[in-house]
Design a protein around this ligand. Sequence first.
Ligand code: NCD
Length: 330
Amino acid sequence: MQRTLQGRNLIEPLDFSVDELEGLFDLSMRVMKDPGSFAKKCAGRLLATLFYEPSTRTRFSFEAAMLRLGGQVIGFSGEQSSSAAKGESIADTVRTVACYADIAVIRHPKEGAPRVAAQNADIPVINGGDGGHQHPTQTLTDLLTVRKEKKRLAGLRVGLCGDLKFGRTVHSLIKALARYEGMEFFLISPEELVVPEYVRNDIRNGNDSRYTEVTRMQDVLPQLDILYMTRVQKERFFNEEDYVRLKDSYILDADKMKLAPADMIVMHPLPRVNEISTEVDADPRAVYFKQAKNGMYVRMALILSLLGAENGSGENTVPILSREEVKSWK
Ligand code: NCD
């Protein structure tokens, strides 16, 4: 199943079919149960991390994933340390990186930048987050977490709370979840931070999914299977005043958790600022740090699949030059 992913890109959440995702999640679980047997699968392979925006989890989990597979990593964090600072285009940077690495992950403030990168590289390119648009590998993390914690990916009541306008993790997660049957979304946000219309359309075009938009978290908390909290995306605001006014719109604390069902789970892509009080961390329903850990395993499965390395011994590294190219040089 995963073999079909070899050589592909992951730019947006629907790039892989539901069946392909199942294969990826099965592989993630196998890696999680027996990491030792995957420890050399990517020996001799190189991952490039091109991060034009800040990141902790996405970059580190990709790097940790590749290192735990026996591969190696090159990259930059912040465009000031790459030739982008000299005015180089993404297309040229990626074309160059593709000469050195076997696979690349790119995070960029401009929506669509990873697609441009993929069009200009002959190695698999992964979108590590593009502006306020999409974040498909966070979605893999989220879906794997839901599958593990709720034992199903259908008929779930999912509350998404916070910055639904700029939150790319929310946009990608909704798009991906709406493909599963009978999902019910509760979109909890201030008026100013409601989801973009295209996200509502993703729900309308889903597999019998519905949505309700509300401003008060307490009104829907008792009905939820999943509460997905998000940070107000400071870096996407045009003025500081609006951010300051909206940043503490929702704070999940122990009192509010009393309204939630005993089997509801609380997710968050992290980083959190104030939106989940630290007292909630000890609640067994809080799964956001488990979610971060799942992120590394699903990225291990993703790298294995895109490189076609899941069944390999790790001995057969990708030759930098093909046999024909070497011959023609002699
Ligand atoms: C998210 C992101 O970068 O969009 N973080 C992450 O990758 N886990 C969420 C956020 O920054 O709020």
